[in-house]
Ligand binder design. Structure first.
Ligand SMILES: Cc1cc2nc3c(=O)[nH]c(=O)nc-3n(C[C@H](O)[C@H](O)[C@H](O)COP(=O)(O)OP(=O)(O)OC[C@H]3O[C@@H](n4cnc5c(N)ncnc54)[C@H](O)[C@@H]3O)c2cc1C
Length: 381
């Protein structure tokens, strides 16, 4: 057991944090206010290799392991103060592309990974539907019916990150209703397939620098060679493999956000004076700082352990749910505590804590709610 990160991972962490401070943070407030998707920053992320970070080198990626990708996400969130772009990056690299990396055929990898890894194409995952969220597998309505050498898909997906700007989506659909969750298949869908459309960009509380929309399939034809893994094995195989990556890498955004909130909370508390002294002298303020720090450390340990388990090829259903549950609840609490330290200024846009407060709210909802994480943990125990 070794609690230090390898030197190359630490160096990379610093590099990603510096990149985010220089190229992302300066415009985060303005992009959040105007809900702007920024292709120039996306291109720069591609040039740095971030958009194919965890994808295999032979298909144009960087071949980083889960731990390195987790730490890079943490550093990006910390440096950028931009939860939305961190989310869009994770939706592209992890949930939109890792299913192809983990379960794709050689042809699928050759066709899709190089352009996804460079960032020329943007990816996303279509699992949630208007009427099915937590019970995604059990109440899925999107249907795929085989006709000759194609599948015809009808249905809609809801809340899809990168929906309005994405080129390629990994989409789940029912192929055998009788089999319930074991009757679901996964397809690689391109935005220019006949019958595909994306809904209007949704207006959101937070994560506003990312784009979200519905995906609509009306007799959309998908060539059979675009099925990922075998028919009906989609949810059990592709979903499971990918969700554990999601509940590790995407959740690491909470670590970076907590670190940056903690640093700014301490700095603010040292400078802000009330009753003739810096507010950091007050025990009630110190308590918030200590609480945020121990939660950050605990969340970090859970997530790093989880990432190492993924790199060792071990299934981590309990660990990934524990880490997801703890880290996302911790970042919400941290945003409240660090917000209290900033007093009324925490309510004003130009203070990053205001954005962090809104951005953090998604954590306990997306990728399985806190309630669902608790029930997965209990069911596994
Ligand atoms: C900004 C944003 C981006 C997203 N990006 C994507 C994406 O890219 N791709 C994608 O597929 N999805 C995406 N989602 C969807 C997200 O994963 C779902 O919102 C989430 O899974 C919850 O589903 P739901 O909203 O339908 O809530 P519901 O499932 O309807 O839950 C409502 C409430 O009931 C509770 N509940 C439900 N079942 C149980 C139970 N068994 N026990 C106890 N409580 C329960 C929930 O915890 C919650 O409190 C995104 C959502 C948002 C808001």
């Amino acid at each position: 057991m070794n609690f230090s990160l390898p030197k190359d991972v630490l160096d990379f962490k610093d590099m990603v944090r510096e990149f985010a401070i220089e190229h992302v943070r300066p415009s985060a407030e303005e992009r959040d206010l105007s809900e702007k998707w920024d292709t120039d920053i996306w291109k720069k992320m591609g040039e740095m290799g971030l958009l194919g970070l965890s994808h295999p080198v032979e298909y144009g990626g960087q071949g980083a392991d889960c731990l390195t990708t987790t730490v890079a996400t943490e550093a990006f969130a910390e440096g950028s103060s931009d939860g939305g772009l961190t989310l869009a990056w994770g939706a592209h690299t992890i949930i939109g592309t890792m299913p192809i990396v983990l379960c794709g055929t050689e042809e699928q990898k050759k066709k899709y990974l190089p352009k996804l890894s460079s960032g020329e194409w943007v990816a996303g995952l279509g699992l949630t539907e208007p009427g099915s969220g937590s019970d995604a597998a059990g109440s899925m309505e999107t249907r795929a019916v085989k006709k000759g050498d194609r599948y015809v898909l009808n249905g809609a997906k809801m809340f899809i990150t990168n929906g309005p700007i994405g080129d390629v989506f990994v989409v789940m659909a029912v192929t055998d209703k009788k089999k319930g969750p074991m009757g679901i298949s996964v397809f690689i869908v391109e935005k220019n397939f006949k019958g595909f459309s994306a809904g209007k960009k949704m207006k959101k509380l937070g994560m506003r620098t990312s784009t979200t929309s519905e995906l609509i399939f009306e007799d959309m034809e998908v060539p059979e060679e675009n099925m990922l893994s075998k028919e009906n094995s989609g949810f059990a195989r592709v979903g499971r493999a990918t969700l554990e990556w999601e509940r590790t890498v995407l959740v690491a955004s909470a670590l970076g956000s907590m670190q940056s909130m903690l640093d700014s909370g301490i700095k603010y508390a040292k400078n802000r004076e009330q009753f003739g002294e810096p507010i950091i002298r007050f025990q009630a303020i110190q308590e918030k700082i200590a609480r945020t720090r121990y939660k950050l450390d605990a969340a970090r340990l859970l997530l790093y352990k989880n990432a190492v388990m993924k790199d060792q090829g071990k299934p981590a259903p309990i660990e990934s749910s524990l880490a997801k549950l703890y880290a996302t609840e911790a970042v919400v609490e941290a945003s409240y505590d660090m917000g209290q330290i900033h007093g009324g200024y925490s309510y004003i846009h130009e203070y990053p804590i205001e954005r962090a407060f809104r951005d953090s709210r998604l954590g306990t909802l997306g990728a399985g709610t806190s309630e669902v994480m608790r029930s997965i943990i209990a069911a596994n125990l």
